[in-house]
Design a binder for this molecule. Structure first.
Ligand code: MN
Length: 243
């Protein structure tokens, strides 16, 4: 199973959550929200087979943490995985939107220069701006983007797919009628599953397979595949993203 976007370091037992994901062979990309959290995440996942830690600077924290961009750049050479990064134009964060754009622009440019990074990207209420920035700063072939919890329009999703982006889908998206309708239009070779735990309902962090299964089962139902067929699709897509 695949959980391409979660926050294991925000669960009470961080090390235990990693150990259980490893035991149950759930391929897990665990985010950090600030670069300061990265070294501990990196240390705990240095010798794991299924769990990887991503280096992030969450757009919702940019207002307070923009200065940590220097630290983010210091850690960049030590990982292939970047996240959570992106933009959030929600009312609560809109005041920092210009600063978010500056930080995300720098992050994209640094990833393009470093090459071969895999990014998990947040794009709340600003899919167009996020895609414009990726288009301008991370040329095709210099990195891979996985759009996390994408809520843009169908035409924006089409544009993202044409740009080579992947989409990580969680169970909450599939429970939402509008969002599920959008997911149904995505190319099957671009979908992955995620939990975004602990920020989604019904995700305990204690049982990786149980946490990811609703997204996998929901996708199988929505797209009319069997569960095993869906596992094959997701594993194949994971292999492509990591290749
Ligand atoms: Mn997240």
């Amino acid at each position: 199973m695949v959980d391409f976007h979660c926050h294991l370091d925000l669960y009470p037992d961080h090390a235990g959550a990693i150990a259980r994901r490893e035991r149950d062979r759930v391929f897990t990309l665990t985010m950090t929200t600030t670069p300061k959290a990265f070294p501990r995440n990196k240390e705990l996942t240095d010798r794991t087979t299924y769990v990887r830690a991503a280096l992030g600077l969450h757009p919702q924290l940019v207002a307070d943490r923009a200065r940590e961009l220097t630290l983010w750049k210091d850690y960049l050479p030590s990982t292939r995985y970047i996240g959570e990064v992106g933009l959030d134009a929600g009312r609560q964060y809109y005041r920092s939107f210009d600063e978010q754009k500056r930080v995300f622009g720098d992050i994209l440019a640094a990833c393009a220069e470093a090459r071969d990074k895999i990014l998990s990207v947040h794009s709340v209420r600003c899919a167009k701006v996020v895609l414009d920035m990726i288009d301008a700063r991370l040329p095709v072939g210099t990195g891979r983007v996985v759009l996390h919890w994408f809520t843009g329009s169908a035409s924006e999703a089409r544009r993202a797919a044409e740009m080579g982006c992947y989409f990580s889908i969680n169970a909450a998206m599939l429970r939402n009628e509008r969002s599920a309708a959008l997911v149904a239009t995505l190319p099957r070779d671009r979908i992955l599953t995620e939990t975004d735990g602990p920020f989604t309902d019904g995700v305990s962090g204690n049982d990786g397979p149980a946490d990811v299964r609703p997204a996998r089962d929901g996708l199988a139902k929505l797209l009319g595949t069997g569960r095993e067929e869906m596992d094959g699709i997701l594993t194949g897509n994971l292999r492509e993203v990591l290749s």
